[in-house]
Design a binder for this molecule. Structure first.
Ligand SMILES: *[C@@H]1O[C@H](CO)[C@@H](O)[C@H](O)[C@H]1NC(C)=O
Ligand SMILES: *[C@@H]1O[C@H](CO)[C@@H](O)[C@H](O)[C@H]1NC(C)=O
Ligand SMILES: *[C@@H]1O[C@H](CO)[C@@H](O)[C@H](O)[C@H]1NC(C)=O
Ligand SMILES: *[C@@H]1O[C@H](CO)[C@@H](O)[C@H](O)[C@H]1NC(C)=O
Ligand SMILES: *[C@@H]1O[C@H](CO)[C@@H](O)[C@H](O)[C@H]1NC(C)=O
Ligand SMILES: *[C@@H]1O[C@H](CO)[C@@H](O)[C@H](O)[C@H]1NC(C)=O
Ligand SMILES: *[C@@H]1O[C@H](CO)[C@@H](O)[C@H](O)[C@H]1NC(C)=O
Ligand SMILES: *[C@@H]1O[C@H](CO)[C@@H](O)[C@H](O)[C@H]1NC(C)=O
Length: 744
């Protein structure tokens, strides 16, 4: 893969008179204010510098070097600086509070070190990671923020660049489908010298159509239709111009894999598997085709609908605040109005936030805590430096107000907008850590079941048509035991937790005369460590989707080594079929939902390709509902996975069709097919970083197909076109690319 860094290095920025200098030497330039926080900053450092000095920064956790202009830089095109650290950058407006997405310096360069400067240029029209544009705004502030461990680093020569002149460049040229080349370019390129040959024979280009996808303004995509179809061998594309590093692009087109679709063998895909948590607005729901929206997560446990307050618990210094979004009723209304169903979480501990300002661990009462909120110095994190919780447990009434089933009923009855699904609290089993101030006692099987039953009865009384999703268990470990541990299993006939829970809910239906559990709801986060994001980790990220369904895939994490449960094949996850079997044994007819899951790295192309694979698997394995945690960036790789399947009204088919691969290789590819009204749709994801894959597609009807794709050699590029398929003997999917094809 050509790195994004190389592409940026190929952008040439001319310093023009209107550039705004932020810092060169000794002090911030005139007009800039120091809005940093919790950081020791020396503007005249001489231990590492260019010119006469640099800025050295020593930031505490989540703290930042932040500078604000007296004025704004509304339409500037970039930011240039020299840095010796990996940080997160945001551009923001102190005028209206707008903030850019987090820009990770690791998305700009893998080569940054702490002992020498790396020169970086951020193009505001093509932000690293998403490729989105910053857009015009009342921008006036730039923030370099450290992570949870703080950071010590140097930065120098900071300039807000008025204009970045983009030299014309062919970024990639890749074979796609039967006879199309997808060419990614920047600037004003010239196709007149472009030549294509296959196995030494020149091929004519019969059609050239260029698009400027609206959200990646620095990249254009041109589709070239070739006069003949691809075949195995050497494809050589000569741009005919020097073109930076690559004046030619060459590919070895491999032998085909045999694949057949059987549209007659099919079953419905639940429409509710294409969900996210907290979609940003109605156009987000429509652009990505979101079908299910969840109001959930750690902060909704303390949601007080009366004052619209909440508390993030252990995620943020146990502080109350105004909920965001504030009004659940209004939220249900607009997500449904945009065409999505709504899953609303109802708090089910004994307390909710009493105001927007209180917090549980003031330094004035509990000195000597491990850390304090950098924005609110008196609010501690509730832990001593040795990692144990501070004592005594605070009085809940300091921060919370009582909550019970009657209050939940009054709230739900009063809603103008009724959700289709209700979840009973969130990850209740770990409340003694996420909400240690509210519920310090570890949860066991019996208390969790009692709360689920009490709330389900109350909720179904208030909203007779609603479906209940529970218990929203956080992870593999807690699927099988409780916070009390294995003595709790022993006290319940040695049954693992979720099988026991299903059995109890089945018994409860007999007593209640109706279902009190409609969806068994779990959260699923991959247990393997891919945090290094090196090539090994990327490949692992992409193949671990096998843990969703494959009994032959020993989990590449602690689960594969020391599984800690009493289930069959305990070292494999095989998540969806496993839970379908448990449901069949203990409570037949219960649906299965995954209300939190993640790609493990939303900003990386591999996170997007993995999400494509997951959405395909959800349909193929008959999952009933799923919502991504948290809100994917609409223009980032994960958002593009939703766009691929469902963008702007063009949907993957409603019935999963049979896919037969002669020699499946799930580690490096995923293939999904669907049918609807007699039309075939297909999604193929190529997980190889640098080699195309090719298929002979038996039973794929000839004719016109709508094609959409993202990924590829130019990073996160995307777009869509129409192709004619007049031979299915040799269909190409480029490296690190997901392709959607739908019969017109
Ligand atoms: C800049 O702000 C930081 C954080 O508030 C502070 O520690 C530092 O002394 C300030 N530096 C100057 C030169 O004002
Ligand atoms: C941003 O501002 C520039 C300069 O004023 C203008 O040319 C451009 O059209 C604006 N873009 C948008 C998206 O409003
Ligand atoms: C070229 O392809 C585009 C996009 O598919 C299509 O709209 C156009 O009609 C084609 N032009 C010719 C001459 O076939
Ligand atoms: C682009 O050039 C580099 C360096 O010469 C080469 O390794 C790479 O394979 C080329 N890319 C393509 C698609 O031909
Ligand atoms: C942790 O530190 C606190 C406060 O100093 C102390 O009371 C407690 O005993 C310590 N816990 C452990 C496990 O060492
Ligand atoms: C909930 O609390 C209110 C106010 O204290 C009380 O009137 C009501 O009976 C309680 N409901 C239940 C089910 O305990
Ligand atoms: C469930 O409801 C029963 C009956 O109202 C009550 O006695 C019990 O304390 C409740 N359990 C929990 C955990 O709230
Ligand atoms: C690459 O990532 C893998 C998986 O996270 C890790 O085990 C390995 O140590 C990493 N290798 C290097 C050289 O960082």
């Amino acid at each position: 893969m050509r790195s994004i860094f190389l592409q940026l290095a190929l952008l040439v920025a001319w310093a023009v008179a209107d550039d705004i200098t932020v810092y060169t030497d000794a002090a911030l330039a005139a007009g800039w204010e120091n809005w940093s926080w919790s950081s020791d900053i020396n503007f005249e450092a001489t231990d590492l510098f260019e010119g006469t000095s640099s800025i050295s920064v020593n930031s505490e956790a989540w703290s930042a070097l932040s500078v604000k202009l007296e004025g704004t830089f509304p339409t500037y095109q970039g930011l240039r600086f020299d840095i010796a650290a990996h940080l997160t950058i945001t551009i923001s407006s102190s005028v209206d509070g707008t903030t850019s997405p987090n820009i990770l310096l690791s998305d700009l360069s893998n080569a940054i070190t702490s002992d020498a400067f790396t020169s970086l240029l951020i193009d505001f029209r093509n932000l690293p990671g998403s490729g989105a544009a910053l857009g015009n705004g009342t921008w006036d502030r730039i923030t370099w923020q450290a992570g949870g461990n703080g950071d010590v680093y140097h930065i120098d020569n900071i300039i807000v660049v008025e204009s970045i002149i983009i030299p014309p460049l062919f970024l990639s040229a890749e074979p796609l489908a039967a006879n199309t080349l997808a060419v990614t370019t920047q600037g004003d390129v010239d196709f007149s010298t472009f030549a294509v040959s296959l196995n030494g024979k020149s091929i004519k280009v019969v059609n050239t159509t260029t698009y400027n996808p609206p959200d990646t303004p620095a990249k254009s995509i041109t589709y070239l239709t070739l006069a003949s179809n691809f075949v195995p061998g050497t494809l050589l594309i000569d741009t005919g111009v020097p073109n930076g590093g690559n004046s030619t692009f060459s590919f070895t087109l491999p032998a085909v894999q045999y694949l057949s679709f059987v549209q007659q063998v099919n079953f419905p895909i639940s429409p509710l598997i294409y969900g996210v948590n907290f979609p940003t607005d109605a156009s987000y729901i429509q652009n990505l085709g979101v079908t299910m929206s969840r109001w959930g997560g750690n902060a909704v446990t303390a949601y007080n609908p009366t004052g619209q307050f909440t508390n993030a618990g252990n995620d943020w210094f146990f502080e109350n605040r105004v909920a965001s979004p504030p009004d659940a009723d209004d939220w249900v209304g607009w997500v449904q109005g945009a065409g999505s169903q709504a899953l609303l979480t109802v708090p089910a501990l004994d307390w909710v936030s009493k105001d927007a300002t209180s917090y549980s661990y003031p330094a004035t009462e509990y000195p000597g805590q491990a850390s304090f909120d950098p924005f609110l110095a008196n609010a501690g994190n509730g832990f001593y430096p040795n990692g144990s919780s501070v004592l005594p447990v605070p009085n809940q009434a300091n921060v919370y107000t009582p909550w019970n089933t009657s209050m939940a009923q009054a709230w739900l009855k009063g809603l103008a907008n009724k959700p289709q699904l209700v979840a009973i609290d969130n990850e209740m089993e770990i409340a003694s850590s996420t909400h240690q101030d509210m519920h310090p006692v570890p949860f066991g099987y019996d208390e969790e079941l009692a709360r689920m039953l009490n709330y389900s009865i109350a909720i179904k009384e208030a909203l007779p048509d609603v479906k209940i999703a529970a218990p929203s268990t956080c992870a593999w470990w807690f699927y099988w035991t409780s916070d009390i541990g294995y003595t709790d299993n022993a006290a319940h006939n040695n049954m693992d937790f979720l099988p026991w829970f299903l059995q109890q809910m089945a018994a409860a239906e007999k007593t209640a005369g109706k279902r009190l559990l409609d969806y068994l709801d779990i959260h699923y986060y991959y247990a393997a460590d891919t945090s290094s994001n090196n090539d090994t980790a990327k490949a692992l990220r992409l193949r671990q989707s096998r843990s969703l369904w494959d009994y032959s895939y020993v989990d590449e994490s602690w689960i594969g080594v020391d599984p800690q449960n009493h289930q069959w094949n305990p070292d494999t996850v095989a998540l969806i079929p496993r839970f379908r079997t448990l449901i069949d044994i203990y409570y037949p007819g219960t649906k299965l939902s995954i209300s939190e899951f993640s790609s493990t790295l939303d900003t990386d192309i591999t996170g997007g390709l993995l999400t494509v694979d997951m959405l395909g698997i959800f349909g193929q394995q008959k999952l009933d509902s799923a919502t991504y945690w948290v809100t994917p960036d609409e223009l980032g790789p994960v958002g593009l996975a939703y766009w691929l399947f469902r963008g702007s009204g063009v949907h993957f088919g409603a019935n999963s069709a049979q896919v037969n691969l002669a020699s499946p290789n799930y580690n490096t590819q995923g293939v999904y097919a669907a049918t609807e009204n007699g039309k075939l749709s297909v999604v193929i994801v190529n997980k190889n970083p640098d080699t195309p894959i090719t298929f002979a597609l038996a039973n794929m009807p000839f004719g016109s197909y709508f094609v959409r794709h993202f990924g590829g050699e130019a990073g996160v590029a995307k777009w869509q076109t129409t192709v004619e398929i007049n031979s299915i003997d040799y269909i190409v999917v480029p490296a690190y690319t997901a392709v959607f094809m739908r019969q017109n």
